[in-house]
Design a protein around this ligand. Sequence first.
Ligand SMILES: *Cc1c(COP(=O)(O)O)cnc(C)c1O
Length: 383
Amino acid sequence: MKIPFNKPHFTGREVYHLSQAAVVGKLSGNGSYTRQCQQFFEQRYSIGKVLLTTSCSDALEMSALLCDINPGDEVIMPSYTFVSTANAFALRGATIHFADSMEDNPNIDAEKIEALITPKAKVIVVVHYGGVACDMDGIMEIASRYNLIVVEDAAQGLEATYKGRKLGTIGSFGTFSFHETKNITSGEGGMIVVNDPSKVNQAEIMWEKGTNRAAFARGEVEKYEWVALGSSFLPNELTAAFLYAQLEHIDDIQQKRLQIWDSYYTKLVNAGLSKYIALPVVPDYAQHNGHLFYITVHSKEVRDSLLNYLQDKGINAVFHYLSLHNSPYFGSKHDGRMLPNAERYSSTLLRLPFYYSLTEEEIDYIVGNIRDFFIQHSPEQPK
Ligand SMILES: *Cc1c(COP(=O)(O)O)cnc(C)c1O
């Protein structure tokens, strides 16, 4: 058997909507498909403003601009995250303070944040790892006490909730990814959710190269002009048309992914592997979205040899997130604090193949091979 790590899912409607976009003949951004995708989320999540972007990285860069980050401003975020979370703020000259993950899940530890706050602190960026919500009440409380802006990197968190509230709708800004590896995809793509009503106008102008072109397109102004700083953050209509084809099937996609997640969990528990591996912990306040399935093991040596073992069996499991505080770019800028949980996830976490068309037989094969690995490599027999 050969099981890739990811396979993009096609709903079957992509070519139809792509050809519709071509027939309409407006291929540049902010056309009808872009607006339909934005309205889809504005209605579904009952939020004021959604703007499609070319990636979550771009949405994060927009949020750094909207937070008015200037050199020397301080931003607190987890070390265990994708590089784009940090890049967006570092590009604006922010000083980044990386916080540790929680003991039992890779999200930022809300209790570690307060000690990192100085008078120059401006923003807390949270990352909902694997679509599992961070402790948002705790984080929002600290943010309001110190007057900090909260940005949610919800790249992996589409459709997941915290106490029933959709991720990305709680902080001032939420950013999402439609990269090929995410639940809903347009190849590359993303969006920013602007929850702070006082920032909607600025966001829209920034999105269209610093012009009031979006207002012009709505007939609100007679000409469009350079009114503020901005860039080109909007995707073309073909990307939006492809995305729309995925959104038409979002409930089906989510249901299927949650089923795969539950199946992995049950089968790993039933395989009696609990003394060798730790399964994901989802706190009571979080409803995840079946974005990914990870396990952690006791050491980097075990993780790496398990990865090799699975590779030999045709199973492409992967590891990820080398903690950013230790990265070649940032290492010398870090203040030297140990971040033991982040470092542990970097060296012991392993992600299993996860995609819409993954079958029960494939899950059985993967779980069976994980079990075989521990039988062969452990002096103890599994329970
Ligand atoms: C995927 C991801 C990103 C980047 O998304 P792009 O759309 O590829 O730019 C950022 N942050 C996190 C946590 C991610 O998982």
